[in-house]
Write a protein that binds this ligand. Sequence first.
Ligand code: TYC
Length: 110
Amino acid sequence: MTTKKSKEPQDDVLLLEKQKIKLKKPGRYKVILINDDFTPQEFVTWVLANVFRKTIEESRQIMWTAHTTGTAVCGVYPLDIARTKVEEVHRLADEAGHPLQCQLAKEEEE
Ligand code: TYC
């Protein structure tokens, strides 16, 4: 009777050169609302509620922060989503004939 020698774990191991692969965390981007003198407050509030899915109360607060300080953060998102939100705000503002603007800013990493 032949006894099959049990395989040693290292028998099948192909030694690969050790590589240090540094995985970069995907960045996140703030969408920043910019104040202007012409866009109606109600329109800004409506855009915040519809594009950024904020409650009316949150939307009013963000609008008011931009109105009183010049800018306000609407939310923080992965780059493609942040870009889409900025485009959506600009499209809605253009369609309504308002100069409302927002922009992206990369979030600081810890
Ligand atoms: N300042 C505008 C007004 O008084 C309202 C406004 C608020 C516009 C925030 C833009 O990002 C903004 N009609």
